[in-house]
Design a protein around this ligand. Structure first.
Ligand code: GDP
Ligand code: MG
Length: 400
């Protein structure tokens, strides 16, 4: 019975963000304990979550814990990172994309340095929505509680609005007390109310993830195959839009010469389908395309939609020497390889709006590529030098 219900619930990707020690892991544990007791699923202790396993994304090591819990209507896949550096890496590499973030704030302190950085970064990497959990309210007297609640809602609300996060719900409570009540098995304890309010706020404020069927067709190419006698098939997951047999497309990338191609077959699960839509994994048979004219990492799109760009701005982070990165800082003129998918191109970095970029730091930079490439805002890349990964980035602006 339980399994059946889970199968039909919609999954939403979320995670805890915020300053170190404000209670992200405690809240994550409380969420799994309480939702598991109410609705089933796996309850995880603080230690199980805090021992985050290592993951690899674009050759970069990140520590993240993936946990799952349910609400009445959804399953939440939730990530919690042990440290600030892991958040930055996770967000910039897109190792786990969040549909919504739970921003933790220590109610005795208010927004701190990393709180602000995480809000800015969330905006840069297109996290669409936030809810705020103001934690550690158990440490305040009744009078202080009212004062701090007002102050934090005002200050942090303004910070969030400045980044386009409108009408963000604020929940006040104590993750630690809720967790302790859950571990006692006291599901009706008043300390639990904040977790219920939080889950309700997530259900209401984070919209269902939607597939974009209305924008022009776009698909990153993951594979290229030849069907003897029929032609070249490119495969991948449709990111936006819908495409049908007979419609024109183009390949964007290094060797793009603007030639128009016609879709002559659309397949999913090795069967012909009437159309390829956003979210589907498909193979598209293309007339007029030779096997060696296309490669993994290029983009297939409706003609004229994605322009090749040569310049832009990006949010990057640079690995430390211990992580296999550079030993020294770099300044304007630094010229690494940029890897967009498998498109590998030299570029020049411009840090003239900031300080030289130190290993282990995060920066906003400009860049100019050696040749135009089919990139757009939100595209992620790895930075490489002498055959090793030295950092990663996400494009925040493009220009020709
Ligand atoms: P993180 O670094 O954001 O993951 O924070 P943790 O969850 O590790 O919590 C940091 C410290 O704050 C730990 O000692 C927790 O026990 C404590 N803590 C977390 N939530 C609360 C709370 O609601 N009230 C109190 N008094 N302490 C809390
Ligand atoms: Mg933690």
């Amino acid at each position: 019975q339980r399994r059946k219900e889970m199968a039909v619930k919609l999954n939403v990707n979320v995670g805890t963000i915020g300053h170190v020690d404000h209670g992200k892991t405690t809240l994550t544990s409380a969420l799994t304990q309480i939702q598991a007791a109410r609705l089933g699923g796996q309850a995880l202790s603080f230690d199980q979550i805090d021992k985050a396993p290592e993951e690899k994304a674009r050759g970069i090591t990140i520590n993240t814990s993936h946990v799952e819990y349910e609400s009445e209507t959804r399953t939440y896949a939730h990530i919690d990172c042990p440290g600030h550096a892991d958040y930055v890496k996770n967000m910039i590499t897109g190792a786990s994309q969040m549909d919504g973030a739970i921003l933790l704030i220590d109610g005795t302190e208010g927004a701190a340095k990393q709180t602000i950085e995480h809000i800015l970064l969330a905006r840069q990497v297109n996290v669409a929505n936030m809810v705020v959990f103001v934690n550690k309210m158990d440490m305040l007297s009744d009078v202080e509680r009212v004062e701090m609640a007002e102050l934090i809602e005002l200050e942090t609300g303004a910070l969030l609005e400045a980044q386009g996060y409108e009408n963000t719900p604020f929940i006040f409570g104590s993750a630690l007390q809720a967790l302790e009540a859950a571990l006692r098995g006291d599901l009706d304890a008043p300390e639990m109310a904040c977790i219920k309010e939080l889950v309700d706020a997530m259900d209401r404020h984070f919209p269902d993830p939607v597939r974009d069927y209305d924008s022009p067709f776009m698909m990153p190419i993951e594979g290229v195959h030849t069907i003897p006698g029929r032609g070249t098939v490119v495969s991948g997951r449709v990111e936006r839009g819908v495409i049908k047999v007979g419609q024109p497309v183009e390949v964007i990338g290094l060797s793009n010469d603007g030639a128009e191609l016609i879709v002559t077959g659309t397949q999913a699960f090795r069967k012909d389908v009437p159309e390829a839509k956003a979210g589907m994994n498909v193979g598209l048979l293309l007339r007029g395309l030779k096997r060696d004219e296309v490669q993994r990492g290029q983009i297939l799109s409706a003609p004229g939609v994605i322009q090749p760009y040569q310049k832009g701005r990006a949010e990057i982070f640079v690995l430390t020497a211990e992580e296999g990165g550079r030993h020294t800082a770099f300044s304007t003129g630094y010229s690494p390889q940029f890897f967009f998918g498998v498109t590998d191109i030299t570029g020049v970095i411009d840090v003239s709006e900031g300080m030289p970029v130190l290993p282990g730091s995060q920066a906003k930079v400009g860049f100019v590529l050696h040749k135009p490439v089919g990139i757009e805002k939100g595209v992620r890349f790895a930075l490489r030098e002498g055959g090793k990964t030295v950092g990663a980035g996400i494009v925040t602006e493009v220009a020709t």
